[in-house]
Structure formats: structure tokens, C-alpha cells
Design a protein around this ligand. Structure first.
Ligand code: GTP
Ligand code: MG
Length: 199
């Protein structure tokens, strides 16, 4: 599958600002700095469609990107960013809840975890939340270019076991640097939610 067109539509803080056109949405969630915005850029072949940064906490709003004039990728702000005040954490929580809990257009959630580390308590909570609300989860273990050959199987096992991944969920490694397996990942993400002739 190919992503031929991608455009930034809006940064939203509240539901009244979300796109109103009822197109399917696919959301990217995960810890701050896990690589959500980089993954969206890699999948869309754009260098700077979603803003990225080596400092955690770059994405602070809910960003909607229209793909192939047909569906949205939704880039969400990350959690677990230490340098955030309590009030900002609460603001984040409300913003995320308002989007994730009540969005009929949202069809799939891609959970990103750093492939080098054991998922955190917050990652587990996020995964459980995804399942509780009945979504199929796609787990992408990011920054795989940083792994040694021997780490892949070991880290995959740790990530799957820590999250408690269910058989219906998908797991894959990915690197936004070398983009290996990009087409397959796009297929995995869009499977069952987007008609193939549109891609
Ligand atoms: P927030 O917006 O803070 O939630 O972070 P994010 O999840 O959007 O992360 P972002 O895409 O901004 O990437 C964070 C940092 O990780 C940046 O310095 C990226 O260059 C780096 N990064 C992202 N993906 C990869 C990858 O696949 N490999 C390597 N080596 N670095 C990556
Ligand atoms: Mg980001």
C-alpha cells in the first residue's frame, strides 16, 4: 500500500476543533519521545509533516493529518514526560480522554514503545485502556536501528510479556531512520479500516 498524499489539517485542544467530516481516524499514542511524530513522517515520506524533537514533550496538541484525501492519522501528545507540572499533566489527561473515549471515527490505535526498554507502568495502563475500550492494538517497538541483532527476540518477549499482549493484537519492530518494512507496517495499520482501492 502507498501513501500518496498527506497534509496537516489542524492542531486541536478540544472536540469542537476536531475535523467534522466523519473520516476514519487512526491514532498514535505512547510515551513522550517514543517516536510517534517521527513514525508519521516516515510513513508519509515527509521530513517535517509532524514536528519532532529530541526533547520530550514536543507534541502538545492533537494533530490531525489527512492521508490520501481519505482518512486521518492523529498524532497525540506523549505521556510520561517528567518535566511536566501536575496541572499540565491533568490538562493532558483531559485532552486525551476527550479524544480517545468518545470518538466514533477512531478505528485503530497504534501504541509505540521504545524497543530498547521495558514498557513502563504508563505503557501498560495505555495498553489496558486500549483493550478496555475494545480497540485492536498495534504495538510498534520503535528505534530498532539502535538494537543489536541479539536483542530483537529478547526485547520482543519482554515487551509482549510486560504489556500482556493478546493474540489478536499485532507487534512489530520499526525504525523511522532506516524505514525497513514500511509498506508492511502501513498495511498492518490500515488493514480492515481503509479500502484498498483508495491507497
Ligand atoms: P512527543 O511529541 O514528545 O510525544 O514525542 P514523539 O513520540 O512524537 O517523538 P519524536 O518523533 O519527536 O522523536 C523523539 C526523538 O527520537 C527524536 O530525536 C527522533 O529523532 C528520535 N527518533 C524517533 N524515531 C527514531 C528511530 O526510529 N530511530 C532513532 N535512532 N531515533 C528515532
Ligand atoms: Mg510528537
Amino acid at each position: 500500500m502507498k501513501i500518496k498524499k498527506s497534509e496537516f489539517i489542524i492542531s486541536a485542544v478540544k472536540p469542537s476543533q476536531y475535523p467534522q467530516d466523519n473520516r476514519v481516524e487512526i491514532a498514535f499514542v505512547g510515551r513522550s519521545n517514543a517516536g510517534k511524530s517521527s513514525l508519521i513522517n516516515a510513513l508519509t515520506n515527509r521530513r517535517n509533516l509532524a514536528k519532532t524533537s529530541s526533547t520530550p514533550g514536543k507534541t502538545r496538541l492533537i494533530n490531525f493529518f489527512l492521508i490520501n484525501d481519505d482518512f486521518y492519522f492523529v498524532d497525540l501528545p506523549g505521556y510520561g514526560f517528567a518535566k511536566v507540572s501536575k496541572s499540565e499533566q491533568e490538562k493532558w489527561g483531559h485532552m486525551m480522554e476527550a479524544y480517545l473515549m468518545d470518538r466514533l471515527q477512531l478505528k485503530k490505535i497504534v501504541l509505540l514503545v521504545d524497543s530498547r526498554h521495558k514498557p513502563t507502568k504508563e505503557d501498560v495502563q495505555m495498553y489496558e485502556w486500549i483493550k478496555y475500550y475494545g480497540y485492536e492494538a498495534i504495538i510498534v517497538a520503535t528505534k530498532s536501528d539502535k538494537l543489536k541483532r541479539n536483542d530483537f527476540n529478547k526485547n520482543k518477549k519482554i515487551i509482549k510479556e510486560t504489556l500482556g499482549i493478546k493474540p489478536e493484537d499485532k507487534f512489530t519492530f520499526f525504525s523511522s531512520l532506516n524505514k525497513e518494512g514500511k509498506e508492511e507496517l502501513i498495511d498492518l495499520i490500515l488493514e480492515g479500516v481503509v479500502k484498498e482501492e483508495i491507497l
